[in-house]
Each structure stands twice: as structure tokens, then as C-alpha cells.
Ligand binder design. Sequence first.
Ligand SMILES: [Cu+2]
Length: 199
Amino acid sequence: MTAWMYRFLLIGLAFFSFTPGARHDQDAPRTLNIHVRDYCDPITFAAIGCDRIATPTSAGFLTFAGFQAELAAEKSVGAWRFIPDRAANAEDGLSVMLQNLGGETHTFTRVKQFGGGFVAALNAPSGTPVPAPECARMVNGQLVPQPPGPDNVFIPGNSDATGPQLREGEAAKFQCCIHPWMRVTIGAKDHRDKDADHD
Ligand SMILES: [Cu+2]
């Protein structure tokens, strides 16, 4: 290694150790674990796709007819939901980890405002006829899903996924682009948004 290369290395090391990124552990982004749940019945949901491996069968299943009946009555289906493991705030920044314990695919999508998803048949009965632009776009009169990305994570049933990152103090809304009533709000401060308790 030549002398100038060595000097470069030292400068690099010195710079790195003084960058704000090298912070104390207690200021490091924390992990927020979010469970994604549904209770699809694999038989009556077979055409849609419902594969129950992780969820104990004792939890009980909701048939497709039951799902439709509850959606029509409540504009949501309570067993299809996001469950954060603690109050969702991003005081020190957050890394979101997603665990889909359900049998269906769900998305975890950052939106400016909650809206409908890319399944028209679910948008109308859930009372969100207008899709959130982060979920879907209209092509030749048909809803087309937005491509997956760090802020639009598709999570197949029985699988884990790395979710989005939030900066310190950032507030954000996330929803499923298939089941629009599945919502969670991550607040900037230490408070729990009512949407996290959404039924
Ligand atoms: Cu969903």
C-alpha cells in the first residue's frame, strides 16, 4: 500500500467515525414487528388462494360466504388486519418487519391518504371506491396494481418480509391494497393512532 493510499484510508476512517450515522445504539432505528392476519378458509377461498400453514387450525376459519356477509354488513372484515407489536411511533426511526400469519397475499403499502386497492370487487363494499394512487392505476378501464417496491411490499401467505423504513419522527399511513380496511398509522410522536385498533 502506498503512503497516499494509506492516508486516504485514515481520512476515510476518521470521516466515518464522525458521521451522524455512527450513533449510539439507543438512538438506532428500532424494529416494529407487524403481524398480518386473515382467517381465510382454504376450501371456500381456494379459487382466490388461501394456504394455511402457519396459523393453527384451532383459530377457526371464515368461509368466503361469511367473509362477504361481514364485509357487506361492516364494510370491513375484522379478522383481516395488521397487528403492530407495540404502539406504532417513529420517534427514533423505525425498521418495519412484516410477518404474514394469514393464508392470503397482502400488501403493506405507504399511502398519503387511505383509499381503495386494486381489487374493484372489494373496493366498493368496503366503502373506498376510489383507489389510493399508490395501490392502483387505471389502464383501459381496469385497475392494475402498482409495482412492488420498498414502500409497496407484497407478502404471500405464511411468509415474512422486510417492510419500509421510517426516518426519525416520520409519520406514515400504510394499508393493504387488496383489503383496503387493513390499515395502520405510524405516528411521529408517542401516541397510538386509532387506525391501529381498526376493526
Ligand atoms: Cu390484505
